[in-house]
Design a protein around this ligand. Structure first.
Ligand code: ACO
Length: 372
């Protein structure tokens, strides 16, 4: 009989494999993508450069970046079969269900879905990077009863994404804040959705199946769904002066406060200061000191009551709200970014695969027999 102490509930603290893609270090509160601190990447690189880095291990040279950008820009359009399926889905469907379904359709339309070669999986990864913004913005606009905005190949990833969603390219401040959020969400080692994608890949299933499974895992409020949940909390609280009372009630009712806490970081999420700085630029751009006051009030109340630090979803939720996205679209934005990390891990898993199959300790009834 396995001792209860040998059971690693939630796989907490279990190291299951090597990865060369990112390093999360809770002691130094740092996050490296392929060796580069994520803060430096956010300050100096575009999301396209970071995607290239995650997949290829090195930042692109100028000609490599140009070729990569052209490839991404050439694949942004959606097959009419994808938009037809989206159109069939009711508006009661959560946008995460829409993006999960649409990615599944993209996979079903790919005649080379089985190609697990390094070149094949890279090509599929770039195609998904290019198409997910079109899926997300298509869904956002149909929910608002607006016409579709076709992709613009003269624009970079983030400017194009925002234009497809809102009909025009916003200010440089907004484009940069969005791009930073994409960089910060891109990769985070063996988080739940990435691990899910690796488990599916380990059975030698195809890349699209692994990504669809990853989207399912990300949807949950303990993972990616938290950025949406943070905004619902802000809406519920309403203003800074109500934050402390709201928190007392929530904690008294044993509620988890979304946007706070992390399985790996216990002294603060390394990505928060960078995203908070971007949120500050948006607060100024949209002149919303009230939102900043609410953000600070809830955080301060949480620190004095529980001393649990905010995670990336805490600043990104209000940031996406200020940019103009509907709250239900926040987690699909996380998908648009994390597709890079998921597919980097799928490719790494394929390169050195072992079926992922842990054990369990049975604690059900003793053996018994069906009575004749
Ligand atoms: N609100 C209230 N209490 C919390 C919170 C929270 N957000 N997070 C942790 N705690 C408490 C737990 O209740 C527990 O208290 P106890 O020991 O008295 O029972 C203690 O802190 C330890 O928490 P665990 O849940 O055991 O920590 P775990 O590592 O399993 O959880 C998790 C991490 C799931 C992220 C948790 O902090 C949480 O639910 N946070 C809210 C959801 C969220 O924001 N998720 C986003 C994650 S980051 C991302 O996906 C970008």
């Amino acid at each position: 009989m396995t001792e209860p102490s040998d059971i690693k509930k939630g796989l907490a603290g279990v190291v299951v494999d090597y990865t060369a893609i990112s390093k999360v270090n809770p002691e130094t509160n740092s996050l490296l993508y392929r060796g580069y601190p994520v803060q430096e990447l956010a300050a100096s690189c575009s999301f396209e450069q970071v995607a290239y880095l995650l997949w290829n291990g090195e930042l692109p040279s100028a000609p490599e970046l140009e070729a990569f950008e052209q490839l991404e820009r050439s694949q942004r359009a959606l097959d009419p079969a994808v938009t037809r399926v989206i159109d069939e889905l009711p508006l009661t469907a959560h946008p995460m269900d829409v993006v999960r379904t649409a990615v599944s359709v993209v996979g079903a339309l790919d005649p080379e879905w089985e190609d697990a070669s390094a070149a094949g999986t890279l090509a599929k990864s770039v195609a998904l990077l290019a198409k997910i913004p079109a899926i997300v913005s298509y869904d956002q606009r149909r929910r608002r009863g607006q016409d579709v905005v076709e992709p613009d190949a003269s624009l970079g990833y983030s400017a194009n994404f925002l234009r497809m969603t809102f009909g025009e390219v916003p200010s440089d401040v907004v484009v940069k804040a969005f791009d930073v959020s994409m960089i910060l969400y891109a990769e985070h080692s063996f988080n739940a959705s990435t691990f899910t994608a690796r488990v599916v890949t380990s059975t030698l299933s195809d890349l699209y199946s692994a990504v669809v499974a990853g989207i399912g895992a990300l949807k949950g409020p303990l993972h990616g769904g938290a950025n949406e949940a943070v905004m619902h909390i802000f809406d519920e609280i309403g203003s800074a002066d109500a934050a402390e009372g709201w928190l007392e009630d929530a904690l008294a009712n044993k509620k988890k406060i979304m946007g706070f806490g992390h399985r790996v970081y216990k002294n603060g999420d390394s990505r928060v200061p960078t995203m908070k700085a971007s949120l500050d630029t948006l607060i100024e751009e949209y002149d919303r000191p009230d939102l900043l006051a609410l953000y600070d009030a809830l955080n301060e109340a949480m620190q004095s009551r529980k001393a649990i630090q905010p995670n990336l979803d805490y600043p990104s939720g209000p940031a996406y709200h200020l940019m103009g996205f509907d709250t239900e679209l926040f987690t699909p934005l996380f998908v648009a970014s994390r597709i890079t990390g998921w597919t980097a891990h799928i490719r790494e898993q394929l390169a050195s695969n072992a079926l992922i199959r842990p054990l369990s300790e049975y604690n059900g009834p003793d053996e018994r027999h069906v009575q004749a």
